[in-house]
Design a protein around this ligand. Structure first.
Ligand code: GLC
Length: 440
């Protein structure tokens, strides 16, 4: 068998984000932000959200829809003011379900079917038509906003393909579906990105929050621009930072990109988000197997795209057993590699860790870029609100982020806190809707 440890060392080098590189990416990110904000060419879309941070006093019972990719969640949220938000009902539904024989994510499904499905689910949690309910809608895709309730989908990301939604006003699509489904007493008042929701939820109780990030199936960040050029007022800006492209791809990243739904787009997201990390590891491992560095054959399931998931990486990374039993079971079940030696199991775990660490360090570099842009001398406190399964569940991920922030900000890092904004993307939609009907 060829020299596996040499190959691992090479991989480590290719996937490393050194302290210098963190700094370099942060500065490039800052430059891309400035360009995008001024409407100059930039990989950052810098989409105005037409939302400012809340006061914490917003109140009411609000329906929230959280639509971000694999599932749609509908919530009934009670905002009591004083920064308190409580979920009083919640349901979650997959957008595709083989047994139930539906899939709203493909090009053969229409936007109308998709929004009828969502409206039907909202109907299930709305008690009666006794009164009108405001609704906030988290729609986690790049949208051109003209107002808080006017959001046009620019293009799908995260491999969704539903027909007839790109270029449409998403708030209107949902409102029409609500009416078609007999729940016209629910009024869609705000459409926001999930990063905005995450920021708003944290800002509702902590006014130092000025960055919101999702590290989940997808990846993206928004921030509070202190003086937005459009309004000369503070405004949240959805950067669509998953599309940031000033980062060097390895040949594995290029391979993943070429076979993806939108080659060339979402470069950072494809290197950093949960939808792709498992696939990246699968591509690396199949190349090691093909080149004889690991025992096995490139046959099913190793050659099935996206068969290895990011949860599988979590399982492997969390394995501290002496025989690496969990790694072995992923190797057998998800990669079809039955006869790996311990050194090869260690290699699998190590590759999963390299890919995950790189993800966190790239994300941290972009956060530093935002901080450099809004507060170069770090005079104020900043809180970065994060939601998403990768951040919440991947062993070590939060620590890698914190460590990279320390490296890139130095002593200034004392001014920056990173906090989980649990369910932020959904609750934030309720807060956004509440700021509309009780404007401050
Ligand atoms: C994708 C979407 C973006 C969203 C992110 C996280 O990057 O384009 O709008 O915020 O996923 O869900």
């Amino acid at each position: 068998m060829a020299d596996l440890s040499g190959v691992l060392a090479g991989l480590e080098e290719q996937l490393a984000v050194s302290a210098n590189l963190l700094q370099d990416i942060a500065i490039r990110f800052q430059t891309a932000m400035t360009a995008g904000l001024l409407g100059k060419p930039s990989s950052l879309k810098m989409l105005p959200a037409f939302v400012d941070v809340p006061t914490g006093q917003e109140q009411g019972t609000v329906v929230a829809v959280d639509f971000g990719g694999t599932n749609v969640r509908v919530l009934l949220v009670e905002l009591t003011g004083e920064g308190q938000a409580q979920i009083i009902a919640r349901r979650s539904f997959p957008l595709k379900n083989k047994q139930a024989n539906y899939d709203f994510t493909t090009a053969s499904a229409s936007g109308m079917q998709l929004f009828d499905f969502i409206a039907g689910k909202i109907a299930e949690i709305i008690p009666t038509a006794d009164k009108t309910y405001p609704l906030g809608h988290t729609f986690s895709f790049p949208c051109r906003q003209y107002a808080v309730n006017e959001a046009e989908l620019i293009s799908w990301t995260k491999e969704l393909k539903t027909a007839g939604v790109e270029g449409e006003n998403v708030g209107q699509l949902l409102q029409t579906a609500l009416e078609r489904n007999g729940i016209g007493h629910v009024h869609s008042l705000a459409v926001i990105n999930d990063t905005t929701g995450t920021l708003l939820t944290s800002a509702y109780k902590d006014n130092t929050t000025d960055i919101g990030t999702i590290c989940g199936t997808g990846h993206n960040s928004c921030y509070l621009e202190p003086v937005h050029p459009l309004t000369n007022q503070p405004m949240i800006v959805n950067m669509e930072s998953g599309n940031f492209d000033q980062i060097v791809q390895t040949k594995y990243d290029i391979c993943l990109d070429q076979d993806s739904e939108k080659p060339g787009g979402q470069r950072l997201e494809k290197m950093a988000s949960g939808h792709y990390l498992g696939e990246l590891v699968r591509i690396i491992v199949s190349s090691l197997v093909a080149n004889g560095y690991m025992n096995g054959e490139v046959a099913e399931p190793l050659n099935i795209p996206y068969f290895l998931s990011t949860e599988d990486l979590s399982t492997m990374i969390a394995d501290h057993s002496s025989g690496l039993d969990a790694v072995a079971s992923v190797a057998v079940g998800r990669l079809g590699l039955n006869e790996l030696r311990t050194s090869e199991l260690v290699a699998l775990q190590t590759i999963a860790r390299f890919v995950t660490t790189r993800s966190a360090r790239l994300v941290a570099a972009t956060w530093a870029g935002v901080v450099f842009k809004i507060d170069p001398e770090l005079k104020r406190r900043h809180t970065i609100a994060v939601d998403g399964s990768l951040y919440e569940k991947m062993p070590g991920y939060a620590e890698y982020l914190a460590q990279a922030m320390k490296e890139v900000l130095g002593i200034g890092n004392n001014q920056v806190a990173i906090r989980l904004s649990k369910d932020g993307s959904g609750i934030g939609a309720a807060i956004a809707a509440a700021t509309v009907y009780s404007p401050h």
